[in-house]
Design a protein around this ligand. Structure first.
Ligand code: ACO
Ligand code: KIV
Length: 635
C-alpha cells in the first residue's frame, strides 16, 4: 500500500506573518523536569521510592525550581513519595513541586491529599482535546470537552482555596492546565478551551500567572509546524501577560529539541522535559541537551548547572535502567572523542591557537570539531583524541606528547605514525595511549618500566668531547666530504673529537671520531668502527615540559635546525645547567640517499635521546636512529 493511502500529512497553519524564524534566543526559559512523572510512567519498571528520591535530589542539585514529582493518584508508590518528601522536609523553599491529575474529580481530590502541607505546589490538570480523542476515546463534542475542563478547573479552584488556608497547610499554588494532544487539536479550539479554563480558574494575574502547557503529546509534524502553533496560540490568546506558555515536546520524529528551540522563539516561556530525553515512546525533550545548547551559545541556562554531566548520567541511568547512548549529545562517552586523523589534526592545532588566545587574555572557545570545551562538562582532554586505523599522525603525536612529554618533529610524526598504523591495521582495534607509549619506547629504544633498559644495536656508555687541534689523519670519507661541503676545509679546522664507550649488541667498544660537532664526531666514529655510513637530515631538541605539552604544546621551546654545530651544543660533559630533561630527535639517512635529488621525500631512520645533558641526548638520539638502520621496519 502506498503510504499516502494510509497516512495523513499534518495540516500546515496559514500564518503568513509568522515572526519566529527571524528571532534569536537570548534568554533562558523556565525549566521544569517531568522525569518523575512522564519519564517514570514510560519505564518498563517504574522507579521505586528510593530511586525517585535519588533522582529528585539530583534534580534539585541541578538547579530545577519546578519538579513534577508524581501522578499521585496513579499508585501508592507515587502518593507515598509525595508524602515522604513533604513530611521529611526535603523540598527546598524555592522549589515548586508539581503534581499531575486527569480531569476526574476523585483523582483530583486524591492528588490534593498528597500535597497537603507542601509549601509550593503547581497543580497540573489535563484532558485531551484533539478531534481524534474527542471522537475515538471520549466520544465528546467540542463543547463537552470544554465543559469537562471547566468543571474540573472549578473543582481544582475550590480545593486550592481550601488547601491554601493556613490551617490546611497554607500552600502557595500555581495552576497549570494542559490541553493534552494540543498539536493535533484545531488551533482555534485550543485557544478557546484555554480561555474558558482561565475564566473558570479566575485567579490569573501578572503576578500569579496561569500556566498553559501546550504538549506535542505525539510529535506528528515538523518542528517549524510546532513553532507556528505556539506563535498562533501566543498571538490569539487574550491577556497574554497573565499566562506562562509552556512547551512539552515529545520526540516521535526525533525533532523534540528542534521543536522546543523553535517553540521558544515562537513565544514559549517554559519547557517541560526529562534529563537525557527519557519519556513516553521515543521520549520527552532532553533538557540536558537543550540547556547545554544554550550554554554553548553563550547563554547561562537559568539556574541549571549541567557541568557534572557524568553524575547526571549515573543517576539517570541508575534510576531509569536505560543506558545512555555513547553518541548522546554532550553526555555520551564518545562525544568529545575524535578518531579520524583530519579531525585530530584540526583539534590539536585548535588547542594550540586557543592556548595562545588564553595567554593573550582572549578565552573565546573556537576549536574545530569541538562545539563545547570538554572541561566544562568535567571531561578530560585525554578523552578527546583516541587512535584507531582511521587516525592520523597528529593524533598519535598528541598522545605521545601527553604520555611522554615529547614534541615530535613533523617528519618523525610521519615515521612513527606508520608504526602505529601497521599495528592498528593488524589488530583492527583502538590503540590506547599505553599501546602507543609501548610502541614508541620499543621503536626508539627508550628505557621504560615495562621494557627495562631496552637498548638497540648501539648504546652510549660514556663519552668525552674535546676540541681537535689538527685535522685527524683517520677522518672518515663522509666527514671529509661534509667538512669541505660546509666550507670549513682543512685549513680552518673547527673540530671536535668524540671518544667514548659504545655498546654494540651488548659488547662494549672504544670509539673515536671527529667532526664539526658532537653528533658528526660520533657519526664519524660509527662509520670507522662499524661501517655505518649515515648523515643527519634533521635534528631538533627541546626541554621536556609535560604540563605545557598536555595542554597543547604551545609553550614548548623546541628548535628545529640543521646539524648542530659545535657551538650550538654544550660540549662540556658536566654542562647541564638544569635538572630538566632534554629530548633530542635525529633523522639519519644513509650517505648515498642524502645526496639523491628528491631523497627528502622518503622518511629516514629516526632516533630519540633523552638525558639531562643536551649533548648526551643528541648522541643517544643518533645511536637510537643508527640502531634502526639495520632494521628497515623500525624507521
Ligand atoms: C499524555 C500523558 O502522559 S497523560 C498522563 C498519563 N499517565 C498515566 O496514564 C499514568 C498514570 N495513570 C494511571 O495510573 C491510570 O490510568 C489512572 C489512575 C489515571 C486511571 O486509571 P483507571 O481509572 O483504571 O482508568 P484507565 O486509565 O484504564 O481508563 C480510563 C477511563 O477513564 C476515562 N477517562 C479518561 N479521562 C477522563 C476524564 N477526564 N473524565 C472522565 N473519564 C475519563 C476513559 O475514557 C476510560 O473510560 P472507560 O473505562 O469507560 O473506557
Ligand atoms: C499530561 C500532558 C502534559 C502530557 O504528558 C503530554 O501530553 O504528553
Amino acid at each position: 500500500m502506498e503510504p499516502g493511502q494510509k497516512y495523513r500529512p499534518y495540516t500546515p497553519l496559514h500564518l503568513p506573518n509568522r515572526t519566529w524564524p527571524t528571532r534569536v534566543q537570548r534568554t533562558s526559559p523556565i525549566w521544569t523536569s517531568v522525569d518523575l512523572r512522564d519519564g517514570n510512567q514510560a519505564l518498563v519498571k517504574p522507579m521505586s521510592g528510593e530511586q525517585k528520591l535519588r533522582f529528585f535530589n539530583k534534580l534539585v542539585e541541578c538547579g530545577f525550581k519546578e519538579i513534577e514529582v508524581a501522578f499521585p493518584s496513579s499508585s501508592d508508590t507515587d502518593f507515598g513519595f509525595v508524602r515522604h518528601i513533604i513530611e521529611h522536609d526535603m523540598i527546598p523553599d524555592d522549589v515548586y513541586i508539581q503534581v499531575l491529575t486527569p480531569a476526574r474529580e476523585e483523582l483530583i481530590r486524591r492528588t490534593f491529599e498528597s500535597i497537603k502541607g507542601a509549601k509550593n505546589v503547581i497543580m497540573h490538570m489535563y484532558n485531551a482535546t484533539s478531534s481524534l480523542f474527542r471522537n475515538v476515546v471520549f466520544r465528546n463534542s467540542q463543547q463537552q470537552t470544554i465543559d469537562l475542563a471547566v468543571k474540573h478547573t472549578k473543582i481544582v479552584r475550590e480545593l486550592v482555596d481550601e488547601y491554601s488556608k493556613p490551617e490546611n497547610g497554607g500552600t502557595n499554588f500555581k495552576y497549570e492546565y494542559s490541553p493534552e494532544t494540543f498539536t493535533q487539536t484545531e488551533m482555534d479550539f485550543a485557544v478557546e478551551i484555554c480561555e474558558e479554563v482561565r475564566k473558570a480558574w479566575g485567579l490569573a494575574s501578572e503576578e500569579n500567572k496561569i500556566i498553559f502547557n501546550l504538549p506535542a503529546t505525539v510529535e506528528i509534524g515538523p518542528p517549524n509546524h510546532y513553532a507556528d502553533q505556539i506563535e498562533y496560540f501566543c498571538t490569539h490568546i487574550s491577556k497574554r501577560e497573565e499566562i506562562i506558555v509552556s512547551l512539552h515536546p515529545h520526540n516521535d520524529r526525533g525533532c523534540a529539541v528542534a521543536a522546543a528551540e523553535m517553540g521558544l522563539l515562537a513565544g514559549g516561556d517554559r519547557i517541560e522535559g526529562c534529563l537525557l530525553g527519557n519519556g513516553e515512546r521515543t521520549g520527552n525533550v532532553d533538557i540536558v541537551t537543550l540547556a547545554l545548547n544554550q550554554y554553548c551559545q553563550g547563554i547561562q541556562p537559568g539556574p541549571l548547572d549541567m557541568s557534572d554531566v557524568q553524575s547526571i548520567v549515573d543517576v539517570v541511568s541508575g534510576c531509569n535502567d536505560i543506558p545512555v547512548h555513547p553518541r548522546h549529545p554532550y553526555a555520551g562517552e564518545l562525544v568529545f572523542t575524535a578518531f579520524s586523523g583530519s579531525h585530530q589534526d584540526a583539534i590539536k592545532k585548535g588547542f594550540v591557537v586557543h592556548q595562545e588566545g588564553v595567554a593573550r587574555g582572549d578565552p573565546v572557545w573556537d576549536i574545530p570539531y569541538l562545539p563545547i570545551d570538554p572541561a566544562d562538562l568535567g571531561a578530560t582532554y585525554e578523552a578527546v583524541i583516541r587512535v584507531n586505523s582511521q587516525s592520523g599522525k597528529g593524533g598519535v603525536a598528541y598522545l605521545v606528547a601527553q604520555a611522554l612529554g615529547l614534541d615530535l618533529p613533523r617528519r618523525m610524526q610521519i615515521a612513527f605514525y606508520q608504526v602505529i598504523q601497521e599495528i592498528a591495521d593488524r589488530t583492527g582495534k583502538e590503540i590506547t595511549s599505553e599501546d602507543i607509549t609501548r610502541a614508541f619506547t620499543t621503536t626508539y629504544h627508550l628505557p621504560s618500566l615495562e621494557l627495562g633498559k631496552n637498548e638497540g644495536r648501539f648504546a652510549l656508555r660514556s663519552f668525552t668531547l674535546s676540541a681537535a687541534k689538527a685535522l685527524p689523519a683517520d677522518l672518515s670519507a663522509s666527514m671529509l666530504e661534509e667538512l669541505s661541503a660546509a666550507g670549513t676545509g682543512a685549513e680552518t679546522p673547527r673540530l671536535l673529537t668524540f671518544e667514548g664507550d659504545i655498546a654494540e649488541g651488548g659488547q662494549v667498544h672504544k670509539l673515536r671520531g671527529s667532526g664539526n660537532g658532537a653528533i658528526s664526531a660520533l657519526l664519524d666514529a660509527l662509520e670507522k668502527a662499524f661501517g655505518v655510513q649515515a648523515n643527519v637530515r634533521e635534528y631538533s631538541e627541546h626541554v621536556i615540559d609535560r604540563a605545557s605539552l598536555i595542554a597543547g604544546g604551545a609553550s614548548v621551546s623546541s628548535v628545529s635546525a640543521a646539524i648542530p654545530s659545535a657551538a650550538a651544543v654544550d660540549t662540556k660533559r658536566s654542562g647541564s645547567k638544569t635538572k630538566a630533561q632534554a629530548a633530542s630527535y635525529v633523522e639519519l639517512v644513509d650517505a648515498d640517499e642524502s645526496e639523491r635529488v628528491g631523497a627528502r621525500k622518503a622518511t629516514g631512520f629516526w632516533g630519540v635521546g633523552i638525558d639531562v645533558d643536551i649533548t648526551a641526548a643528541g648522541l643517544k638520539a643518533v645511536l637510537s636512529a643508527a640502531s634502526n638502520i639495520i632494521n628497515p621496519t623500525r624507521r
